[in-house]
Design a protein around this ligand. Structure first.
Ligand SMILES: C[S@@+](CC[C@H](N)C(=O)[O-])C[C@H]1O[C@@H](n2cnc3c(N)ncnc32)[C@H](O)[C@@H]1O
Length: 329
C-alpha cells in the first residue's frame, strides 16, 4: 500500500452470483421464509441506507457520532503503537469513521485504513471521498463479506490492528452467529489488537419502533429493494407492489424484526434458482433482525470471547454504546 487505493474484488464473479442464487433458494424454501440481510446492500441498497442514516428517526447515527467525537482521543490513547492498521468491517460510507481517521492523522499517528464491505459501490464511494478529504492516506478496500475479511486479516501483516465494527452491524447477527463472529474475530487478530464495536442499546419502544418505520418510507424501500435486486441479478419475476414492509420489536428476543409480507397468494419464478416459489396471502419473508443489547450483556461478551474490556463509551442518552476491547491471547 503506498497511498493509492487498491481493490481486491470478489463480488462480481459467477461464484458470488451462484452463492446469491443458492442462498435465496434456501431462504425462500425455508419455513418461515427468509432472505439474508447482507443482500440488502447492492448499489441502490447502500444509497438508501445512506438516506436512512440521515433520517431524524434513525437515532444510531447521531448517537455514535456523539460517542466518537467525545472519545476519539481515548481511542487514540488506547492504540499504544505508532504504526497500525485501522481495519473496518462493514464500513458503509464511513461517515462516522472519518471522525477517527481525521483525529489519528492530526495526532500524527501512522496507519493504513482497510475498509471491508460486501457492497462494492459503498466502497467506491468511500474511496472517492477519502481521496478528496484525506489525500495521502493509505487505503486498501476489500469487497467481501465479514468472514472472508477476517480470513484476509488472519493472513495479513502482523502490525497492530484497530478493528472497527460500527453502526450496530453486530445486531444483525442472531446470538449464535454473534458468538461465531466474535470467535472468528478473536482468532483472526493478534494479541494486543483493539476492537471497537457499536451496540444499539435497549430503550423505550417508541424510539426503537420509529427508527425502523420512518415517515418517508425509506426503510420500506430499502427492504423492498432486495426483491428488485433478485429480479435484476437473478432473473426474478417479483411484483414489487405485491409485498409490503413490516417491522416490529420482539421483546422476548430483544430484536427489531423486519419482514416483507406477501399481499396476495402468488408464485414467483427466479431464473438463476431454476424454479418458482409460492407465497400464501400474508405470508412473511424475514429480511433483517436488529438486536438491542443491555449494558450487562456487553460486559459479559468481552471475557466470554477472550477480550479484555478497555472501556464502554455511551452517548448522553445511553441509547448506544461503543465497546473498546483488547485481544488477549
Ligand atoms: C448497517 S450498515 C452500517 C455501515 C457503517 N458501519 C456505519 O456505521 O455507518 C452495514 C454495512 O455493512 C455491510 N454489510 C452487511 N452485511 C455484510 C456482510 N455479511 N459482510 C460484509 N459487509 C456487510 C453493508 O454493505 C453496509 O455497508
Amino acid at each position: 500500500m503506498n497511498g493509492q487505493s487498491e481493490k481486491i474484488d470478489t463480488c462480481r464473479t459467477d461464484a458470488c452470483l451462484r452463492l446469491f442464487a443458492d442462498e435465496v433458494a434456501a431462504g425462500l424454501s425455508a419455513i418461515p421464509k427468509e432472505l439474508p440481510c447482507k443482500y440488502l446492500y447492492d448499489g441502490e441498497g447502500s444509497r438508501l441506507f445512506k438516506e436512512i442514516m440521515e433520517l431524524w428517526e434513525y437515532y444510531p447515527t447521531g448517537c455514535e457520532t456523539e460517542i466518537l467525537e467525545r472519545h476519539k482521543a481515548d481511542i487514540a490513547a488506547a492504540v499504544d503503537s505508532r504504526a497500525f492498521n485501522v481495519v473496518e468491517l462493514g464500513a458503509g460510507d464511513g461517515t462516522k469513521t472519518k471522525i477517527l481517521l481525521r483525529h489519528f492523522l492530526d495526532a500524527g499517528l501512522l496507519f493504513h485504513y482497510v475498509p471491508i464491505d460486501i457492497s462494492e459501490s459503498a466502497l467506491e464511494g468511500l474511496k472517492e471521498d477519502l481521496r478528496r478529504e484525506f489525500n495521502g492516506l493509505a487505503v486498501q478496500t476489500l469487497a467481501t463479506d465479514y468472514f472472508e475479511g477476517l480470513r484476509w486479516l488472519a493472513q495479513s501483516m502482523r502490525r497492530m490492528n484497530l478493528i472497527l465494527f460500527l453502526g450496530s452491524n453486530i445486531g444483525n447477527f442472531a446470538p449464535s452467529e454473534s458468538r461465531m463472529f466474535l470467535s472468528s474475530l478473536w482468532n483472526a487478530s493478534n494479541d494486543g489488537d483493539l476492537v471497537l464495536i457499536g451496540f444499539d442499546l435497549k430503550k423505550d419502544l417508541g424510539t426503537i419502533l420509529r427508527a425502523y418505520n420512518d415517515q418517508l418510507g425509506v426503510t420500506a424501500r430499502f427492504n423492498v429493494n432486495i426483491l428488485r435486486r433478485i429480479n435484476d441479478e437473478l432473473g426474478g419475476e417479483f411484483d414489487l407492489a405485491g409485498f409490503e414492509y413490516y417491522s416490529t420489536y420482539n421483546p422476548r428476543s430483544g430484536a427489531m424484526e423486519s419482514f416483507l409480507i406477501s399481499r396476495k397468494r402468488q408464485t414467483v419464478y427466479i431464473d438463476l434458482c431454476g424454479r418458482a416459489f409460492s407465497f400464501a396471502k400474508w405470508e412473511p419473508i424475514h429480511t433483517e433482525s436488529s438486536y438491542k443489547f443491555d449494558k450487562g450483556q456487553l460486559s459479559g461478551l468481552a471475557p466470554e470471547h477472550g477480550f479484555e474490556e478497555v472501556a464502554n463509551f455511551y452517548d448522553s442518552r445511553s441509547y448506544f454504546a461503543d465497546a473498546l476491547w483488547r485481544v488477549r491471547k
